[in-house]
Write a protein that binds this ligand. Sequence first.
Ligand SMILES: C[S@@+](CC[C@H](N)C(=O)[O-])C[C@H]1O[C@@H](n2cnc3c(N)ncnc32)[C@H](O)[C@@H]1O
Length: 256
Amino acid sequence: MTFETSREAYDAFMGRNADLLAPRLIAFAGVQPGDHVVDVGCGPGSLTEPLADLAGPEHVAAIDPSESFAAANAERVPGADVRVGAAESLPWPADSFDVALAQLVVNFMSDADAGIAEMRRVVRPGGVVAACTWDYSGGMTMLRTFWDAALSLDPEAPDEVRTMLYNDPDVLRELWLRAELEAVENDALVVEASYRDFDDYWEPFTGGVGPAGAYTSSLDPDHRAALREECRRRLGDPDGAFMLSATAWAVRGRVS
Ligand SMILES: C[S@@+](CC[C@H](N)C(=O)[O-])C[C@H]1O[C@@H](n2cnc3c(N)ncnc32)[C@H](O)[C@@H]1O
């Protein structure tokens, strides 16, 4: 389990992008003040926190199979209903929410069709189910740079563009249509995260978070050092602070 980790390790690795992405997904889904909202696969709360700011924490529920992430989120967003559990079996009755969101989660569900069907079940008729996933093919620069570097040293490296099923707008749209959601629409959400220096980019990969972190942890010290240098070279050997853009594919649909 590469998500049984601390909020700090997650934030350094992915949270800096997820925090920026959350307001974009909230706007894309059309969440309104006072809406009842559920954040599925909430992690340590990058999306839950701004949802609570907008809708009120008592209107926000969140769930994640990682006990450490759920605990961190409950601490981050007092008053929200934070549970431990999976998308495929949500613990809320039908029609509980106006909006269900899953930010950077669909690819990690063991059964995405079942997960989206559950999100649809807990949303009232006329409500919205929305999600986003990274553009692993190129738009998510932090990960693309890492996997291109990894592949140059190890052709068998588990590049997420290959291992993640829901990595383009058409596949997400198909998933939403299979769940019988209506008025399905796609968009690209683009954010730009800042890095103090190269180490601020590299060190979080060594924390073991997510597939890239798990891969880094699996390498012997020499191979890890070679990967580090290849990432540095591909980033243009940065001297000081830099920014990297990250594109996510978003999809939304309405419950009939
Ligand atoms: C990349 S993180 C995204 C976390 C958070 N949504 C964010 O935007 O920062 C992926 C999350 O999906 C969770 N996850 C994995 N399998 C899941 C499942 N079957 N149902 C719901 N969440 C799951 C992980 O525990 C992890 O917190």
